[in-house]
Ligand binder design. Structure first.
Ligand code: SF4
Length: 333
């Protein structure tokens, strides 16, 4: 691990998230601003060659896990080809994808062959009408079918974890937590409940946030005490299991129980901006630098400078809610 990706707080950044597109086939209320976002021309997005160049550069400096995100990464026609190119980069130990799964089932065999090890599926409700309300589209059936297909293909194991990411909104889907957990009785899924976070245009209000403590209490009221499982300092989720259940339950509580001290994540947005923090508004356009002929040494200098400037932690939810950043859909989570 080189010093380039180690910040002033000795955090070693071994995990790179790369956005493939800002486009999506859903319109989730906590992600896509109601007014939508200006659609950038495809030329604004990193090409497959640029993505591979950056992935190779970061892996050479110590990144071992690369996650493909979006928008919805699979709406990009060459998403599987890009996955295969990154999966083939020596040093990539984990190739991950976060998807809404609407386009997943048919592409999963090819993604698995490309080396996909970690699969996260965004699903906030188990009810079709609520799915429509939350995503402004239909599609619950395809998502559930893709999850079945993933389990059949061997995801849902320690080597190929299958995780369900559910953003919890008060008064919208916070009454479904126990149902999601019941799903883990027989099925080796990791269901993670995500605290609602403020991003540009999502109308965030702390009244809609359901804190970890409250989520846990509502689950334990139905399933009994959760058993805490060991984790790593860099983990975003705190993980539990209902004793005797096949799957696990996680909480990603960046608002009420921030996990910045162990942060190992860096991000490149679909339009090629480098972000050292999800909530940090500061960015560098590596895309523009590359297209203006920057050498790898030039990129190293820019990346190293940004990592050295990374703050110890995010500014706290109230400050974040008032800080200009980006809409979530253009960051990729
Ligand atoms: S808020 Fe920023 S520093 Fe904190 S865990 Fe997320 S990316 Fe890391």
């Amino acid at each position: 691990m080189s010093a380039l990706l180690t910040d002033r707080f000795e955090r070693r950044h071994t995990y790179l998230r790369i956005g493939l597109t800002e486009r999506c086939n859903l319109r989730c209320v906590y992600c896509m601003p109601a007014a939508g976002i200006p659609v950038q021309p495809k030329s604004a997005y990193l090409t497959a060659d640029e993505i591979e160049r950056l992935a190779r550069l970061f892996v050479a400096e110590g990144v071992t896990k690369v996650r493909l995100t979006g928008g919805e990464p699979l709406v990009r026609k060459d998403a599987v080809a890009i996955a295969a190119r990154i999966g083939a980069v020596p040093g990539v130990e984990a190739l991950a994808l976060t998807t809404n799964a609407l386009l997943l089932e048919g592409r999963l065999p090819a993604l698995k062959a490309a080396g996909l090890t970690h699969l996260n599926i965004s699903l906030d409700t188990l009810y079709p009408d609520r799915f429509r309300t939350l995503t402004r589209r239909d599609g619950l059936h395809q998502v559930l079918s893709a999850i079945e297909a993933a389990l059949t293909l061997g995801y849902g194991t320690p080597e190929r974890p299958l995780k369900i990411n559910a953003v919890v909104l008060r008064g919208v889907n916070d009454d479904e937590l126990a149902d999601f957990v019941a799903w883990t009785r027989e099925v080796p899924l990791e269901v993670r409940f995500i605290e609602y976070m403020p991003f540009d245009g999502n109308g965030w209000a702390d009244g809609e946030l359901v804190p970890l403590a409250e989520m846990r209490a509502s689950i334990e009221a139905v399933h009994g005490p959760l058993k805490a499982l060991p984790g790593q300092p860099e983990d975003t989720a705190t993980i539990f299991r209902v004793p005797g259940f096949a799957g696990t339950v996680g909480f990603i509580a960046s608002m009420t129980v921030p996990f910045c001290a162990g942060c190992n994540r860096l991000r490149i947005t679909a339009d090629g901006s480098f972000k050292v923090c999800l909530f940090g508004p500061t960015e560098i356009s590596l895309r523009d630098q590359m297209r203006e002929g920057a050498s790898d040494d030039d990129l190293h200098r820019l990346i190293g400078g940004a990592v050295r400037g990374k703050k110890a932690a995010h500014a706290g939810m109230d400050v974040l809610a008032a800080t200009k950043n980006r809409p979530m859909i253009t960051i990729g989570g």
